[in-house]
Design a protein around this ligand. Structure first.
Ligand SMILES: [Zn+2]
Length: 487
């Protein structure tokens, strides 16, 4: 997918009058023009670092006090700086240490510098605000209230319900996260701990990422938790965060992580971050989430639902695989979501095949049977339909899960396993810590195989109907009634 130009029409329309009325024009919400979430992100700057400081009051229904500091470069002349922020009260804003005027409009916090900022300026914006754990009206995501505290689930468009920023995965940045909480609570965030200050009645934990991260992948766990440490391959530090009361019951599952990391490394190469671990949250979210270096899981997935062990393990591998596919390599736009979910589903299914005798081809054949209907309901994998407003499922439909893994299977059928394996390794190496989209994937597949794969992949990625599967001429769409019986 070509990256949608930033507010192209609005820029053209305002170009004529900008010199005359810039100072008095009303502040308006802006976005990067993402096809699925046009209001997300903001033009004119590139965030280098976030410093998030939260003070947890000891109740998960009361707002946290927060200070968000953003260091960024301007990439255009700005007489205003728009930040995404939609669910909290802003007390004050400083720009480069000076108080700055601000207004909130739509889902943006608009800051007006005393003097316009030229392109290439280094700026520091400090926002003092509240961060509200109670759900925003008609919105999902943001803080997740657990039985004993809080966690975060910000994918795709909810980080700005928690803190102000440039809430689009194309603008990755380094994060420092500080959490102050009353004694009895433990706070853990993405990255590695750099400081714990217990000198006062409250405790302040500080964590820092060693790799850039998208806002949607932020994680902060505050709870009556225990941090369990173990060692992964090549001495990788692994730490899990569990509700202390359930520690013993969860340990057999947590113990599986190091081998799962080794298995993923045998497929695609070295784990891309400084640490990994599983956050077991005492909450029913209905999903698990690959927050960077610390994946969020519902405790009940492991303790209550009676799923077979192979299935639960394959879901663990799904979130682990996202650390490469989706986190280290982030989507350029949300239409590139299939690159996250298709790959995570692929390794989930491959793990089940290798470890539990659940043949990948059988799963792909079943997916082929319903793929046309998934495309009708959710759009083709690389051009998904916009989220239905008020629908919890958002853009996370089967077309970008098994429907997209099916695209990868078709590609492997077409180019063969050795070339496919080279492509997967090249993808996570070439774009490590970066941002990449569908066009980049098609280009790399062509480069790795030495043949132009555009004509092969385009109908698989963008077609309304599923193309014939190479090597399986017998695979056909299955009628709804028959598919229902097959499930
Ligand atoms: Zn996923």
């Amino acid at each position: 997918m070509p990256h949608t130009p930033r507010k192209a029409t609005a820029l053209l329309a305002s170009a004529v009058t900008v010199c005359l009325v810039a100072a008095s024009a009303p502040a308006e919400p802006l976005g990067l023009g993402d096809r699925l979430f046009p209001h997300l992100g903001n033009p004119g700057y590139d965030v280098a670092a976030y410093d998030l400081a939260f003070t947890f009051p000891g109740s998960n229904s009361k707002p946290l006090q927060a200070v968000t500091t953003i260091d960024a470069w301007t990439t255009a002349a700005l007489d205003r700086v728009n930040l995404d922020f939609a669910h909290g009260t802003v007390d004050s804003v400083e720009l480069d240490g000076e108080p700055a005027a601000f207004v909130t409009t739509g889902e943006d916090l608009v800051v007006t510098p005393a003097d316009p900022l030229p392109p290439g300026s280094w700026m520091r914006i400090t926002v003092r605000h509240t961060s509200d754990p109670m759900p925003a009206k008609d919105r999902d995501g943001g803080w997740v209230r657990t039985a004993d505290g809080l966690a975060m689930a910000n994918q795709a468009d909810a980080a700005h319900l928690i803190f102000p920023g440039n809430d689009h995965p194309s603008d990755k940045a380094m994060f420092t996260i500080k959490v102050t909480a009353p004694s009895g609570y433990t706070a853990v965030a993405n990255g590695v701990p750099t400081d714990v200050d217990r000198s006062r009645a409250v405790t302040t934990w500080t964590y820092r990422t060693q790799h850039p991260m998208a806002t949607e992948l932020t994680q902060v766990s505050i709870g009556r938790s225990t941090v369990l440490r173990r060692t992964g391959p090549h001495a990788l530090p692994v730490r899990d965060v569990v509700p202390t009361a359930h520690r013993a019951k969860l340990e057999p599952w947590l113990a599986k992580t190091p081998d799962q990391i080794s298995w993923m490394e045998s497929k695609v190469g070295r784990y891309p971050f400084e640490t990994y671990g599983v956050l077991m949250a005492d909450v029913n979210t209905g999903f698990e989430l690959e927050t960077q270096t610390l994946s969020l899981f519902e405790k009940g997935l492991f303790t209550e639902r009676g799923y077979p062990a192979w299935y639960v393990e394959s879901i663990m591998v799904h979130e682990l695989a996202h650390q490469w596919f989706g986190n280290s390599v982030s989507p350029r736009t949300w239409s590139d979501l299939w690159l996250n979910e298709g790959h995570a589903t692929w390794y989930e299914a491959l793990y089940a095949e290798e470890k539990a005798d659940r043949p990948l081809a059988a799963r792909m054949k079943a997916a082929y049977g319903v793929s046309d209907r998934w495309r009708t309901a959710g759009g083709p994998p690389a051009a998904p339909k916009a989220p239905d407003s008020g629908q919890k499922i958002s853009i996370f439909r089967p077309n970008v899960y098994d429907g997209a893994a099916l695209v990868l299977y078709a590609l492997r059928q077409e180019i063969g396993r050795p070339a496919f394996d080279r492509l997967e390794r090249a993808w996570v190496t070439r774009h490590q810590d970066g941002v990449a989209g569908t066009d980049d994937f098609v280009a790399l597949a062509s480069e790795v195989t030495g043949r132009d794969l555009h004509d092969f992949l385009h109908p698989w990625l963008y077609g309304e109907r599923t193309p014939p599967m190479p090597g399986h001429p017998d695979w056909k769409p299955v009628a709804p009634a028959k598919a229902a019986r097959a499930e």
